[in-house]
Design a protein around this ligand. Structure first.
Ligand SMILES: [Zn+2]
Length: 417
């Protein structure tokens, strides 16, 4: 046996032993500051002790009971926050094609580029080729691929003959799979198939731009039936509203989460509608960076684009200020520029404080999915989903993007090299 064969064999054995041993591994991460949660004061100088997949304790730096060992020395010395959730992503890019068979390293690389290097330990895919996304999730689950926890809405529902113009560049094989049910029965059949396959939510494109200023709308009976069926299964419904009429349709159908604000709608957005969204406890995903990204694609002059973006940011800020629930999300996968720095800056420009932004990334999604006892904050017994930042987000919200390490369920899924 050659040395390289022997080495391969050792690696293979290490891989087999790792999952069994993981439950016993206890290690610590040192930090200059820890934010256990947005609603409690930070700890200056401390350690997060991880045992297996959970957090064992948060201690002082000199605490003698904590182990000195660490899994990743490069992750010491930063600012520690809980793992982030990006509630609006899509696995529609070519780099995720044929996820069941692609080399594992290629998929890990693609997930790193789009997601883990920005600290997302949980992501919600809200429209993609369902079975491909589920294959990707399975390979992360069995340890072949390093990546975030993936939740998915599976195949989304569109209005009859109503695919939106902005996805016309998608692969034909994918476009052909996208359901545009013409009746309640057809819509329910799509949902049954989604949930049987393993989907975690429903996504409705409630209003879809067709070009030439025309918009197709999902029949109200279909939207309402899809929501009722999803709620019957104790799951949540996302809707893409497009405009104020779409927000109203989402309200009428009892949708849970707006995948975007009515970005680009004439300002001001009607206060009474925004209050209804808040009072219905419908969450909103800001995706603010998407707007300048789209305007640039359409070659809108920058002075005009700046004004339009600023108007939408102001209107979104009013919703946040009136107590509307905000879930962080960026629409990456559709948006090919993955860097969330501008998103954080625009959320701050809308008036959100650094701790409100942290809540939209951590405690708010955990509560929305009724997992607040498991994740969203750093405390003994919680999942070891951890992000290490280089700089303090309280100094500048853009620092949420200065991710050095991401850890999910005690496993280091990203280290910046
Ligand atoms: Zn999207």
């Amino acid at each position: 046996m050659s040395i390289s064969h022997f080495r391969l064999l050792l690696i293979a054995f290490a891989g087999m032993l790792a999952p069994a041993a993981q439950g016993q591994v206890t290690w610590a991460l040192e930090a200059v500051r820890i934010y256990p949660a947005p609603d409690v004061p930070p700890v200056n100088g401390g350690k997060v002790v991880v045992a297996g997949t959970r957090i064992k304790a948060i201690t002082g730096l000199s605490d003698a009971r904590t182990p000195a060992a660490t899994k990743a020395p490069e992750c010491n010395g930063g600012i520690i926050v809980a793992g982030f959730q990006n509630s609006h992503v899509h696995f529609t890019g070519d780099e995720f094609l044929d996820a069941g068979r692609q080399p594992a390293e290629a998929l890990t690389g693609a997930l790193t580029q789009m997601l883990t290097r920005y600290g997302y330990t949980t992501v919600f895919d809200i429209a993609s080729d369902r079975d491909n996304t589920l294959a990707l999730r399975a390979r992360i689950g069995n340890g072949q691929v390093r990546g975030p926890r993936i939740l998915t809405a599976g195949l989304p529902l569109f209005p009859p003959h109503g695919l939106p113009i902005y996805i016309s560049h998608f692969r034909k094989e994918l476009l052909d799979k996208l359901p545009q049910p013409a009746s309640v029965d057809e819509a329910l059949k799509v949902l049954r198939e989604n949930f049987a396959a393993g989907a975690d939510a429903t996504k409705l494109f409630i209003a879809t731009p067709q070009g030439n200023n025309s918009v197709k709308r999902m029949p109200a009976a279909i939207a309402r039936a899809a929501v009722d069926e999803t709620h019957r299964r104790a799951k949540l419904v996302f809707a893409h509203p497009t405009d104020i009429e779409g927000v109203q349709a989402a309200l009428d159908a009892h949708v849970d989460i707006l995948a975007h604000p009515p970005i680009g709608a004439p300002v001001p957005w009607p206060e009474s509608v925004m209050k209804q969204v808040r009072d219905a406890r419908m969450s909103m995903i800001p995706t603010l960076k998407l707007f300048p990204f789209e305007l640039e694609k359409e070659h809108v002059p920058s002075a005009v684009a700046d004004r339009l973006v600023s108007e939408s940011v102001t209107e979104f800020g009013k919703f946040a200020a009136m107590g509307g629930e905000v879930l962080f999300g960026t629409d990456v996968g559709y948006m090919t520029d993955y860097d969330p720095t501008l998103e954080y800056e625009l959320m701050a420009k809308a008036g959100m404080t650094p701790m409100q932004i942290l809540a939209s990334l951590t405690t708010t999604p955990a509560a929305r999915w009724k997992e607040q006892r498991r994740r969203g904050r750093l405390a003994a017994g919680m999942d070891a989903d951890i992000v290490v930042l280089d700089a303090d987000p309280a100094d500048a919200p853009r620092n949420f993007a200065s991710v050095r390490c991401a850890i999910r369920h005690g496993e280091v899924i990203y280290v910046r090299r």
